[in-house]
Design a protein around this ligand. Structure first.
Ligand code: ME8
Length: 521
């Protein structure tokens, strides 16, 4: 049987500077879903990339004494290194400066022009000569340029426009009929009431003042401006309008466009209108996630208040950082980022709750049974609570992940971990170990703990892909041990570890991180 397909994307990020923890947040979330869907048997296509044109990059390159292409090449290399470090399992990385993208954007632009969805007119606005930028009334700050604070003048520029207004009614209808199109739902209401219903204006889609962009093929003094170029990446990467469009046929429409809340508007208004104009199906879901905030507001490259994910990953470990990002803040909401909170989660949830559960369990199996896991021989009622919880967690985690509720999924897994730690306190294996006649009971207790750890190891894999094999290795089992069910499904069953499995004690999977001041105490 052919696998069902699943296509997920992140925004394509601006390589105007190195990426920060906010970009990492979105990409780790997308990666977690991609991994989860693969584990569930989907044929997944996971796309990320970079949005490389525009005035900002042009200027940054100039400041650095480089050509725009040299400038972005360097940053893109650092972005790819970051995704490698963070274990991002993307299937393709699209750059808007690639030929495969540029030539299709030109075809899209031409098609829309020829069918009357793009037309030539004049753009009128406030022009800042030193910045070479046009601004709208509402963008000015005290009547001056919002970038440099200098005076602006009224000016006109010849531009191409996309006939967005034509799609207003169709958009409202589509959004109202597809409650899963914009998630969280509150953002759908915001789009309809604040942006679409008050009236959509046609959007300017070309500029003559910018050089660094894709030329309009039939009028090359214009370059194609921002959103038509950027949004098209989701289909150019699949080979839309190219010789080989097999990926496009297979994966389009996207199942999830994951984006930050500030660009939901472009993804749920301009993008669907473009797709309607091209006669293509619309993405199934645009999920707008919240922002990571630092003191002083949203982390942003222009504010300079950014946190470097590389430093954090090196200090805490990649999986610890991935865990923190998805555990700390309910996906969709804004949340504060702080290193203290990261360290607390690392030490308490990972080093203590999970790490100690593993090391205590393995150490006891080693001590009492020469590293051998034995099947249960003396069951008690007390075991049932743990076993029932372990059997329930699978369904709950699947449901949460299907809805991109990462933190809830992790909360469910950690309830099982907490229950297992409590089970150790209740059954007191060290007391059972003093009396040989209690060994049948001791075997049962340790078996149940090993099983919980096996289930936990599998369920955390989409979040923490490096940790799963470490836990399974210490338990002496391999992921694909059971040929009848997939590794993921094996987490829905309790009692799969075979008699005689040999554990192997290893290093702590999450060493505690103690800050210097704490050390001194
Ligand atoms: O907007 N908290 O690129 P960009 C959470 N090129 N997420 C954050 C964040 C923060 N503080 N800061 C950034 C662009 N992000 C366009 C996109 S798509 C066709 C074109 C994440 O480099 C979040 O996902 O500014 C946000 O939407 C994205 O990075 C913006 O990245």
């Amino acid at each position: 049987m052919e696998k069902p397909k699943f296509y997920i994307t992140t925004p394509i990020y601006y390589p105007s500077d190195k990426l920060h923890i906010g970009h990492t947040y979105c990409t780790v979330a997308a990666d977690t879903i991609a991994r989860y869907k693969r584990l569930r048997g989907y044929d997944v296509f996971f796309l990320t990339g970079t949005d490389e044109h525009g005035q900002k990059i042009e200027r940054k390159a100039q400041e650095a004494g480089k050509t725009p292409q040299e400038y972005v090449d360097e940053i893109v290399a650092s972005i790819k290194d970051l995704w490698k470090l963070m274990n991002i399992s993307y299937d393709d990385f699209i750059r808007t400066t690639e030929e495969r993208h540029k030539k299709v954007v030109q075809k899209i632009f031409t098609k829309l022009y020829e069918q009357g969805d793009i037309y030539k007119s004049e753009y009128e606005g406030w022009y800042c000569t030193p910045c070479e930028s046009f601004w709208l009334d509402r963008q000015l700050v005290d009547g001056k340029c919002p970038d440099c604070g200098r005076p602006v003048e009224r000016a006109r520029e010849e531009s191409y426009f996309f006939r967005l207004s034509k799609y207003q009614d169709a958009l409202v209808k589509y959004i109202e009929e597809h409650p899963d199109f914009i998630v969280p739902q509150s953002r759908a209401n915001e789009m309809i009431n604040n942006f679409i219903k008050p009236g959509l204006e046609d959007v300017c889609v070309s500029r003559t003042t910018i050089k660094w962009g894709i030329p309009v093929p039939f009028d090359p003094k214009h370059v194609i401006y921002v959103w038509i170029d950027a949004l098209s990446n989701y289909i150019t990467a699949l080979g839309y309008m190219s010789e080989d469009d097999s990926k496009f046929k297979k994966y389009w429409p996207a199942d999830v466009h994951l984006v930050g809340k500030e660009i939901v508007r472009f993804h749920t208004i301009i993008w669907p209108a473009m797709l309607m104009a091209l006669g293509l199906p619309l993405p199934k879901m645009v999920f707008g996630h919240g922002w990571l905030l630092l003191e002083g507001g949203k982390m942003s490259k222009s504010k300079g208040n950014v946190v470097d994910p590389v430093i954090l990953a090196q200090k805490y470990g990649v999986d610890s950082l991935r865990y923190f990002l998805l555990r700390e803040i309910p996906f969709g909401a804004d949340g504060h980022f702080s290193e203290d909170a990261l360290r607390t989660r690392h030490n308490s949830d990972l080093a203590n709750d999970l790490g100690n559960l593993l090391s205590r369990t393995v150490a006891m199996i080693e001590k009492y049974f020469d590293e051998i896991i034995h099947l249960p021989e003396a069951k008690e009622d007390l075991d049932n609570e743990l076993i029932t919880l372990a059997k329930e967690v699978y369904e709950k985690v699947c449901r949460c992940l299907d809805e991109l509720q990462f933190s809830n999924a992790l909360i469910e897994i950690w309830k099982l971990i907490a229950r297992a730690n409590k089970y150790i306190d209740e059954t007191m294996p060290w007391v059972l170990g003093r009396d040989k006649s209690k060994y049948p009971r001791l075997k049962t207790v340790l078996y149940n703990l090993a099983e919980v750890l096996r289930i936990v190891a599998i369920l955390i894999e989409p979040f923490m892909p490096q940790t799963t094999p470490k836990i399974l290795q210490q338990l002496g089992i391999s992921k694909d041990e059971n040929p009848d069910i997939t590794a993921w499904e094996s987490a829905s069953q309790f009692g799969l570890i075979p008699e005689g499995t040999k554990v192997k004690r290893g290093d702590p999977i999450f060493p505690r991180i103690v800050e210097k001041e704490e050390n001194a105490m």
